[in-house]
Design a binder for this molecule. Structure first.
Ligand code: XMP
Length: 509
């Protein structure tokens, strides 16, 4: 049986980080919003309460029934969770005299506490709270303090309920990982068996049981997620998996052929569909980015639907959805689903009447890569930069024509090849060239030119939600600029985008 930890989300910005840390310790965990917690089953080994942007003293602060968890499972309550238990057990929580934010050092640690095993008395911790626990009931034992926070951690005596005011999931808490490991292993008794190998083995077995002899269709994009999903499904059901790879004419230069070849080489049952003209004709004259996205989404569905119909008796649609897309998180204003709908170009209509199978929907991106490695997928695929579904159409500002696509493909290929040659490709999270339909004057030889601008964009990021521009070396930028201007007809100027997100976005449209 797969052991798991449940993380109750009270809306903290750090909740996903707790999940990441738990998984890094090879323990499976799930995040659930505080107000939508599934029935807990025998496989649950412990519960973690997250922090929250709310104060426990607010009328509309998130509430839970503590009896559902305390004394039934080991509990680790973080920040808001710690204050919540203290307040609702007869203690008191008051606004801190000064808001405590940032690094602090413990000054006292109970040497006999299982939670603080192998953690030094002066360990650095990360604080982020506006309230302080000022009083705890008699049956609470204070097990750690800092100079200014007397109740930095407590245990409810005679139980496996622990609470900490600081954030162990943040790397600034130098022993945070040790503390989480103490909780997971020594207190919850987890065996740390959640590894990519174990995931692959159990997922393939589950897929076999779930799908039997049914047929599945799956749209491949060339990206990491759909590739890993395809290989898992392929290992489970073999040629009953029918992959479809659509050339929308908006891919990178030569990418369609290269990726198709790679997939075939991997043994996938794949059909490539050249739909370049269909996409380009539907894009003709469209200038508005959202109209372009909608048109591409619509044509994709038509093309995919046609191809799926050619497979007889198909019952399932495979998708490479990953965990961050499905986690319901709690926003400050109340629960909301953080699904990036505008990014999901391939959402399919109900009339296709297919059941959905999503083998990666419990994994974070870095876990998908590790699973991909375990499956033997080529590093070229696993290390590929994210690329938007609508492709180069949203990197050509305004209307899209075959000529502009060809120009951008050339410039982009020079850019990406140079990043690879300079050993920079893997350091950059995402890079791409953008076609700006702005004419400027230039001079080539004796001739005056009046041509377009290519903008280069390269960003560092963790998940694409925030990003900073990369400080690419000037000599590399100089080489790329020269090569583009010399070789790509129609371009006489190259600029570099030095905007961070926010306030800018990664794509220009
Ligand atoms: P932005 O431009 O919103 O991009 O900062 C964040 C990440 O999302 C990608 N992106 C898209 N992906 N369809 C997609 O599949 C889209 O319409 C889309 N728009 C942006 C972008 O490439 C970046 O990785």
């Amino acid at each position: 049986m797969l052991e798991k930890i449940i993380i109750l989300d009270f809306g903290s910005q750090y909740t996903q980080l707790i999940a990441r840390r738990v998984r890094e310790l090879n323990v499976y965990c799930e995040i659930h919003p505080f107000n939508n917690i599934p029935e807990t089953t025998a496989d649950v080994k412990g519960i973690i309460f997250s922090g929250s942007p709310y104060s426990v003293r607010q009328d509309d602060a998130p509430q839970i029934e503590l009896e559902r968890f305390m004394q039934k499972y080991p509990v680790l309550a973080v920040c808001y969770g710690a204050q919540y238990i203290a307040l609702h057990s007869g203690g008191d929580v008051q606004p801190s005299s000064t808001r405590e934010y940032g690094r602090a050092n413990l000054g006292y640690v109970s040497q006999s506490s299982k939670l603080f095993k192998n953690i030094s008395e002066t360990s650095q911790v990360w604080m982020s709270h506006g309230d302080t626990i000022t009083e705890v009931p008699d049956n609470f034992e204070i097990i750690a303090s800092t100079d200014s926070v007397r109740v930095a951690a407590y245990q409810v005596k005679g139980s496996e309920t622990y609470a900490i005011q600081f954030h162990p999931e943040v790397t600034h808490s130098t022993d945070g990982k040790q503390l989480l490991e103490n909780f997971l292993v020594d207190i919850c008794g987890c065996k740390q068996e959640w590894t990519p190998d174990a995931f692959v083995e159990s997922t393939i077995a589950n897929l076999k049981a779930q799908l039997g002899d049914d047929k599945v269709v799956l749209g491949l994009s060339g990206g990491v997620d759909s590739s890993v999903a395809a290989v898992l499904l392929h290992k489970a059901i073999g040629t009953n998996l029918h992959c479809i790879f659509v050339d929308n004419g908006l891919l990178r230069k030569d990418e369609y052929e290269a990726v198709l070849e790679q997939y075939k080489h991997m043994g996938l049952n794949i059909k490539g569909i050249d739909a370049k003209d269909r996409f380009l004709s539907q894009l003709a004259g469209l200038k508005d980015p959202e109209m372009k996205r909608k048109a591409i989404g619509r044509v994709f569905i038509e093309v995919f639907d046609d191809a799926a119909h050619e497979v007889q008796n198909v019952k399932w649609l495979g998708q490479g959805t990953i965990y961050p897309d499905v986690i319901e998180s709690v926003s400050v204003k109340g629960p909301s689903a953080t699904i990036k709908s505008h990014h999901n170009v391939g959402g399919l209509p109900a009339y296709m009447k297919l059941k959905v199978v999503e083998p990666l929907n419990t994994l974070f991106k870095d876990e998908v890569r590790r699973v991909g490695k375990t499956l033997g997928i080529d590093d070229v695929i696993l290390g590929r930069h994210p690329f938007p579904g609508p492709g180069l159409a949203i990197r050509i500002l305004g209307d899209v024509t075959a000529e502009k696509v060809a120009i951008l493909q050339e410039a982009d290929a020079i850019y990406i090849n140079n990043l690879r040659e300079a050993g920079l490709y893997d350091q950059v999270w995402q890079a791409g060239a953008i076609f700006l339909p702005v004419q400027s004057v230039g001079v080539m030889g004796d001739e005056r030119t009046y041509e377009n601008v290519i903008c280069l964009r390269a960003v560092e990021s963790v998940d694409g939600m925030t990003a900073d521009w990369c400080h690419l070396p000037y000599p590399v930028l100089a080489k790329i600029s020269n090569e583009i201007i010399n070789k790509v007809k129609g371009i006489n100027r190259v600029v570099y985008d030095i905007s961070s997100k926010p306030p800018a976005t990664i794509e220009w449209e």
